[in-house]
Write a protein of this length. Structure first.
Length: 161
């Protein structure tokens, strides 16, 4: 299923340890951008769901798009929500975007048989089945919980007393 929420767990962890140097919103946006191709392929019932977008080259291109579009969109949304830290650096946007796209390749490579993450260099997928899908989901969930706690603690510390 495209747009899986478990992909957000590692992003929450990266946000928890990266703070203002990492954009969780751009990370989330990059996850959605990564799954546009598989979503379309599912709709048209293509037997290959994970194509060029789910390769290292595709992740690089989508990461660039997510950085360029994610920073202004995220800042606009944060200003609408009156979030006190409504601006982010381009480096934070890029960190979120590329962590999002490359972690997406790693996670999907472990669980989808039609993935060719190294294409065009290789059609192999040596990530497939490295760990069970249940274990992968648990790891993502635990990372999300740890990240949420770290973010909460660091955000509370940065609040004026």
């Amino acid at each position: 299923m495209p747009f899986t929420p478990v992909h957000l767990g590692p992003g929450a962890f990266f946000k928890g340890i990266g703070g203002d140097r990492f954009s969780f919103m751009v990370f989330g946006g990059s996850q959605v951008l990564m799954d546009i191709e598989p979503g379309y392929r599912m709709i048209v019932q293509d037997p290959i769901v994970h194509g060029p977008s789910h390769t290292l080259a595709g992740a690089l291109v989508i990461g660039l798009i997510a950085t360029a579009s994610g920073k202004p969109i995220s800042e606009f949304i944060l200003r609408l929500l009156r979030y006190p830290k409504a601006t982010m650096s381009w480096a934070a946007a890029a960190a979120g975007a590329f962590a999002g796209t490359f972690s997406h390749i790693l996670l999907d490579g472990i669980m989808h048989t039609d993935m060719m993450p190294w294409w065009p260099l290789s059609e192999s997928n040596n990530l497939l089945g490295v760990i069970s899908i249940d274990s992968l989901h648990i790891i993502c969930l635990v990372l999300g919980i740890i990240g949420a706690v770290l973010f909460y603690v660091s955000d509370r510390r940065s609040q004026p007393n």
